[in-house]
Structure formats: structure tokens, C-alpha cells
Ligand binder design. Structure first.
Ligand code: 13P
Ligand code: SF4
Length: 305
């Protein structure tokens, strides 16, 4: 049955000149059939580069929106239209406009985990992989507003030595990983390297050895001689880590760290997406143009100032 569905996907992909992009948090079987897997930055770059006519985005709404903004001539499909990101919805464009009024001289940097409307209100967009680098490149005499993730924001503040204006947003999945989880895992596996995502809480990050985006975790594990890793992020990444490093052991810091929205995508929904060209993700023109400016900086189309 599964094989038949996968064969169908291969046929439909050819028929529509489609590519499948999957985030590192997707279920393992989705990662395995994707043309490209990666972190938010890697997938954004892929979306902009591919000459496919159709992109099936196996991820959440803001990722598909980002692909639609970067590739206006392509059809971008999200196989489950209810796959959103609660963190992205924690700040509205209206709230950001108010914050900008309170800090009129500030440069606004938004995490890619944000709505297109919030991106349109921002000067720069970033991912967890390039946030610190981007903020470091901004003029020192200007305040910086960073939205919506307070935890990534604090990480950026620490790495850059800058006092950022933060918004109290957070990832519902990453905050489930507790200090206790890390202490318990470290006590059980004292030789393991702890890799944590910057979306984790500060006490978790303090107990960790490396703070990395999902793409950076894969790179770090591939280059490391260590044999055991404790992973403090959404558990989907463990599939990719194990596949890439079969000789090493990867332990989830918490089995609770599962993003319910990322897991809404299924093989069946990919078949339906390609059969019925659903669900098309589009962004209104006026928002698209403004959001694209902030995103172009992120994918390196324009040099980061
Ligand atoms: P990265 O893959 O960019 O590290 O993103 C983490 C995330 O939470 C995406 O929703
Ligand atoms: Fe949003 Fe967190 Fe899920 Fe990423 S893992 S999509 S930030 S809720």
C-alpha cells in the first residue's frame, strides 16, 4: 500500500514538474521521499533556486508562504492547510506596528517563523542559522526589535552583546524540554554532547554544549568524532541524524518535544496535494512585495549589510 502511494507520488511529480521539500521535523517517511530536506534557511534557498513549476512544502504555513513569496511564478502547495505555527501567530502586524511606534528609530528583525504580514512590517528576516550574524551586521547606534521568539532573541542578544527589544513569543514544542530533562539525560549519558536549538529556554541552553539550528546540528554531528548526542529540539531531526550517522547514538532530551503541526503532513496528503493541486498558498501582492525585501536579505540574494 505504502509503496503504491510512493509510486503514485513519483508519477504525479513528473506529471506536474513538482519537487517535494521537507523540513527536518517532518515524520521520517516524509523526509525519506522528499527531494530536499533541510532547515528553514536551506529550504528557503532551495525554494528560490528550483526550476520546478510546483513546490509541495512539507512543513508549516510560514514556510510555504516564504516559498510563495520567493518564487512568485511557482505553485506552492501545503498538503495540510491547518498546519500552522503557534509561535508565528503570537504577534500580529498590528502589534508590531505599535511596537515600532514605541521604538521609532529601531531596525526590525523578524524570525522567519512569522506571518507574511509581520515580515512585511520588518526590515530584515532571519532564521536561527543566521540570526546572530545578521544582527551583528546592523549599525550599532540603532536599537533592534526582534520578534517573535523571545528565546532565540535572548540567544542573539548574548551572541552579539546587543540589548534587543524582545517580544514574548515562544515555541510551544521547544519549551516542553526542561532543565530536568537535560540533567537526567546527562546523568545517564555523561559522555554525550548536548545539542540544543536556540528556541529552547535559557536554563536548557545553559546546560547544553552546542546551540544550533537543525541544519547546523546535522553538520556538527557529521563532522564530530563523538559517538553519542543528546538532542534538545523537535524529535523529527533524530531520523535525519541517525540516517546520516548510523554509527552514532542520538537521544531525544524529551520525547514530548513533538510539533503537532509538523506531524500533520502524511504520505496520503501529499498524494492528494499533487492530484488536486491543494492547498495553494498565496500572499496578497502588497504584502508579498514588502515581505520579499526582508526575505531577500535572508536568503543572501542581497548582501547582508
Ligand atoms: P530550523 O530548522 O531553521 O532550525 O527551524 C526550527 C523550527 O522551529 C522550524 O519551525
Ligand atoms: Fe512553530 Fe515550534 Fe512547530 Fe517550529 S517546532 S513550527 S516554531 S511550533
Amino acid at each position: 500500500m505504502r509503496n503504491k502511494l510512493v509510486e503514485k507520488i513519483v508519477r504525479l511529480k513528473q506529471q506536474h514538474n513538482a519537487v517535494i521539500l521537507a523540513h527536518n521535523y517532518q515524520p521520517g517517511e516524509i523526509q525519506d521521499i522528499a527531494d530536499f530536506t533541510g532547515d528553514s534557511l536551506g529550504l528557503s534557498i532551495k525554494a528560490a533556486e528550483t526550476d520546478a513549476d510546483v513546490i509541495v512544502f512539507c512543513g508549516v504555513q510560514f514556510m510555504a508562504e516564504t516559498a510563495a513569496i520567493l518564487s512568485p511564478e511557482k505553485t506552492v502547495l501545503l498538503p495540510d492547510k491547518s498546519a500552522g505555527c503557534p509561535m508565528a501567530d503570537m504577534i500580529t502586524a498590528e502589534q508590531l506596528r505599535k511596537l515600532k511606534q514605541e521604538h521609532p528609530n529601531a531596525i526590525v528583525v523578524c524570525y522567519v517563523n512569522s506571518t507574511a504580514e509581520v515580515k512585511a512590517e520588518s526590515d530584515y528576516c532571519c532564521t536561527s542559522a543566521n540570526a546572530a550574524e545578521l544582527v551583528n551586521s546592523l549599525p550599532e547606534d540603532r536599537p533592534v526589535i526582534f520578534v517573535p521568539d523571545q528565546h532565540l532573541g535572548r540567544f542573539v542578544g548574548e551572541r552579539t552583546g546587543r540589548d534587543l527589544v524582545l517580544w514574548p513569543g515562544y515555541c510551544i514544542t521547544h519549551v516542553m524540554i526542561t532543565e530536568d530533562d537535560i540533567n537526567t539525560a546527562k546523568a545517564k549519558y555523561p559522555d554525550a554532547i548536548v545539542m540544543a536549538h536556540p528556541e529552547c529556554t535559557e536554563p536548557v541552553k545553559e546546560l547544553s554544549d552546542e546551540l544550533l539550528s537543525t541544519g547546523q546540528m546535522l553538520k556538527f554531528a557529521a563532522e564530530s568524532t563523538a559517538k553519542r548526542f543528546i538532542i534538545a529540539t523537535e524529535t523529527g531531526i533524530i531520523h535525519a541524524l541517525k540516517k546520516q550517522n548510523p554509527q552514532a547514538e542520538f537521544i531525544a532530551a524529551s520525547e514530548r518535544a513533538v510539533c503537532p503541526n509538523m506531524k500533520k503532513i502524511t504520505i496520503e496528503k501529499i498524494v492528494w496535494a499533487l492530484e488536486d493541486m491543494q492547498y495553494k498558498i498565496s500572499v496578497p501582492k502588497a504584502i508579498k512585495e514588502k515581505a520579499k525585501k526582508a526575505l531577500d536579505e535572508m536568503v543572501g540574494i542581497l548582501p547582508v549589510r
